[in-house]
Design a binder for this molecule. Structure first.
Ligand SMILES: [Zn+2]
Length: 149
């Protein structure tokens, strides 16, 4: 008995093979990129002119304004950082390098990619990377965190 396969698939997607599973990540990343880009843009527009560009100028008696722009700055930095990661991931999709750890060049587990499509490293390398970053920022923070005497 031959089973009559119901070939009523209406979706016009030409191929849904595993090879093109990056497509869904690409869409996801493009969407994220748009969101981040517009968000960053909005924040830049909201930023008082003491912001990013003129930060090196006179910052003597603007403590509260500094605080606000610092808050914005942190948020902005984070978003801009993610935006960069997202753009990088998109480039990798184009190059066919998506999902490969930048450090050890192993395939990043699908589970991790699904959770974080712009992940640059596998979990192990990410931990090493984070540790390096943490060390760097904690040594930098001792500069202005000189409270004890
Ligand atoms: Zn790795």
């Amino acid at each position: 008995m031959a089973t009559k396969a119901s070939t009523k698939t209406k979706n016009k997607t030409e191929d849904r093979g595993n090879k093109n599973s990056f497509e869904q990540f690409k869409k996801l990343l493009l969407k994220r990129k748009e969101e981040l880009a517009s968000s960053v843009k909005n924040h830049v527009e909201e930023l008082p002119d003491t912001g990013m560009e003129g930060a090196a100028g006179d910052t003597s008696d603007r403590a509260s304004a500094d605080y606000t722009s610092e808050m914005f700055g942190v948020l902005l930095q984070r978003q801009a950082g993610t935006l960069e990661e997202v753009e990088r991931a998109l480039t990798k999709i184009e190059k066919g390098e998506f999902g490969i750890c930048e450090a050890c060049e192993k395939t990043i587990p699908a589970k991790r990619i699904k959770a974080l499509p712009w992940a640059r490293f596998c979990l192990e390398c990410q931990q090493v990377h984070d540790r390096k970053q943490a060390r760097r920022s904690s040594s930098a923070s001792t500069d202005w965190d000189s409270d004890d005497d």
